[in-house]
Design a protein around this ligand. Structure first.
Ligand code: GTP
Ligand code: MG
Length: 323
């Protein structure tokens, strides 16, 4: 649809005082300021277009209750835009617009250089050793390393080619824990994964692990890391696995006892993690502030009311309780 045609539709809709306008799948690249004339509009469907920005005038559509911007290259996280399934309602209109306009002001936002790196695999495969070695190459392997209970989170920072710091949150899962259904909730989307396999034991069911990651991570990239303890090598059928799992990006080998292969692993992590979709998008500073406050919160649990208080102190409103 050309801009001319779009303007005509908007003007007609303004005259007719329409309450619902469907402009989905029209190849739109911009939305004209005239959209602000549609003061009666309650539903605006814009999904499946090429919109990467919104005019400030959209704020004038004061009766808007439903705004569907899914499947557009707008800098708004999918968690806010709404569920992928278009049969379900999009996200809250105020949250969508607040987010968008807050991050338009560079003084109110900052680019987010952070992601999760999740390490999974059988018990004793070397996940904790790998996590520690990534953070600190001189880490000495502990022959009596305790089996991880639950999940440990380790922070690792590196400097990106643009000079900016990148924070990796390494999630080290206890090998046995992943079988507990609840832990699978912690396998998140838009993250990087590593499946660590002990080549001596040959007890890794690659297919099962890759399937779990594929199902729960929404096609996040995954590496296989062969931990060749005492240089015991083993062949993984990379061709077949890659054919089956599109998100399997690298098969790397290491011997953590002498750090063989470790620099390559770190380089691959840096490359893939800094190219994840959400990396570098601006986030409201308010969010960053609340997150920092949460991290400094000493108990490891929090009630909803306490969370709301924390948000209020930081001037962030939470729907439902703090409005
Ligand atoms: N010789 C040798 N030992 C290793 C290597 N990698 C890990 N280990 C040892 O193997 C044991 C198990 O390693 P962990 O890193 O604790 O394994 P994990 O996967 O975290 O195990 P869970 O937490 O039980 O799931 C520890 O005693 C490590 O020191 C290696 O490359 N060479
Ligand atoms: Mg462990």
């Amino acid at each position: 649809m050309t801009n001319e045609e779009l303007l005509q539709i908007i003007e007609q809709a303004a005259r007719d005082k329409v309450t619902e306008l469907d402009l989905s799948g029209k190849g739109l690249t911009t939305l004209p300021p005239e959209i602000g004339q549609l003061t009666n509009l309650q539903t605006l469907n814009l999904y499946s277009n090429q919109l990467s920005s919104l005019p400030p005038e959209i704020r004038k559509v004061s009766n808007l209750k439903k705004l569907d911007l899914r499947r557009n290259p707008v800098p708004i996280p999918p968690e806010i835009l709404g569920p992928k399934n278009l049969n379900q309602d999009p996200g809250d209109v105020n949250e969508i617009l607040d987010f968008y306009f807050q991050v338009q002001d560079p003084t109110e936002s900052e680019p987010f250089y952070e992601a999760k790196f999740l390490i999974v695999g059988e018990g004793g495969a070397g996940k904790t050793s790998l996590a520690n070695k990534i953070k600190n190459e001189t880490y000495k392997l502990q022959p009596e390393e305790k089996s991880t209970e639950g999940i440990d989170v380790i922070r690792w920072h590196f400097t990106q080619p643009n000079g900016k710091d990148f924070r990796v949150n390494i999630w080290d899962f206890g090998g046995q824990e992943i079988y507990h259904q609840t832990h699978q909730f912690f396998l998140s989307k838009r993250s990087l994964y590593a499946l660590v396999a002990d080549t001596r034991k040959e007890n890794t069911d690659f297919y099962w692990w890759l399937k779990v990651v594929e199902l729960l991570s929404d096609k996040s990239p995954v590496f296989i890391i062969k931990n060749e303890k005492q240089d015991r090598q083993c062949e993984v059928d990379g061709g077949q696995l890659r054919g089956e799992f599109e998100n399997l990006k690298e098969i790397l080998a290491t011997n953590l006892a002498d750090n063989r292969g470790l620099p390559e692993i770190k380089k691959a992590i840096q490359l893939y993690i800094s190219n994840l979709d959400h990396v570098g998008i601006p986030l409201p500073k308010l969010w960053v502030r609340v997150r920092a406050a949460l991290e400094n919160y000493s108990p490891n649990y929090i009630t909803f009311e306490e969370y709301c208080t924390l948000c209020r102190i930081n001037k962030m409103t939470v729907k439902i309780c703090c409005a």
